[in-house]
Design a protein around this ligand. Structure first.
Ligand code: SF4
Length: 279
């Protein structure tokens, strides 16, 4: 069995930066450091950070004092204001590409465009962008989410950074039928689009695809969906323990890719285990 590991598999710039900032802060002092939600969508990494001292909370009110880490997904202005009012020190690990989405949303809002965000309403990144425009935006994930909705003749479209480019293009093309003026910012980050492109190409050439990453990671799930469209034997695993030997029966060529929050060591463990399945 031939095994091909995608070149783009693993940590992206934004996730690496967030981890570096937190590790630096923990090295200075392990006490009173909190993240609002899991720092990254990878349970193994989050467990390690928790052992080091990073405390995960789901609400700012649960932070008594000390430092708050803003994750790479970013948050809206309300969280910054509340953190300042509580006297917390902010460690801002918001990915610069996500900051850019916030800035563009505010620009479109100021210029009175009806804002359409292509993304997942419940995703932390999208919630932060919504907050930056006082929730005055529509979030859609698929074309049918537009059914029955009022569409203004003047629309501004932005995207969650980890969206699938093909879905984004389809929605933009569809909206052209309704609006007189459309301003489109392709805010899908380059790391994401390259990773998705490579996954799409690789999954067309193999008998089986393994996508490594947290089940709570939107970008990993998106990768798996892209692979599954080209290769019916596509599986998402969080770690090597989830691999099943029977998946590899009669497989001549297997591909591996991984989400932006998957550490190299997890990918290498998956690779090593798959190598053992070679006859
Ligand atoms: S996927 Fe892109 S936008 Fe998201 S954290 Fe990584 S580099 Fe930043």
């Amino acid at each position: 069995m031939e095994i091909v590991l995608a070149k783009t598999a693993g940590f992206c710039f934004g996730v690496r930066r967030a981890l570096d900032l937190v590790n630096e802060a923990l090295a200075l002092d392990k006490k009173d450091i909190y993240s609002l939600g899991p720092l990254i969508h990878n349970p193994g990494v989050v467990d390690n950070l928790s052992r080091e001292g990073l405390v995960e909370v789901d609400d700012l009110s649960k932070i008594p004092c000390g430092r708050i880490v803003i994750r790479s997904h970013g948050v809206g202005p309300q969280i910054y204001q509340q953190a300042v009012l509580k006297g917390l020190k902010i460690i801002d690990a918001t990915c610069p590409f996500v900051k850019n989405v916030h800035q563009l949303a505010v620009l479109l809002h100021e210029q009175c465009y009806q804002i359409i965000i292509v993304g997942e309403r419940e995703h932390a990144e999208v919630k932060g962008v919504l907050d930056s425009v006082n929730n005055d935006a529509m979030v859609i994930n698929q074309i049918h989410d537009l059914d029955g909705k009022f569409i203004s003749p003047k629309i501004g479209i932005i995207s969650q950074t980890t969206q699938d480019i093909a879905n984004f293009q389809t929605i933009v093309a569809h909206l052209l039928e309704y609006a007189k003026e459309i301003r489109v910012f392709n805010t899908i980050c380059l790391a994401t689009s390259k990773r998705q492109q490579e996954a799409a190409e690789l999954s067309k050439k193999v008998d089986l695809m393994i996508v490594v990453g947290g089940k709570n990671s939107a970008n990993t799930t998106r990768l798996w969906e892209i692979c599954r469209d080209n290769c019916s034997r596509s599986y998402q695993v969080e770690n090597s323990d989830e691999l099943m030997s029977e998946w590899f029966k009669n497989v001549k060529k297997a591909g591996i890719t991984a989400g932006a929050s998957t550490p190299d060591e997890q990918i290498q463990k998956v690779l090593k285990k798959i190598m053992k399945y070679r006859g």
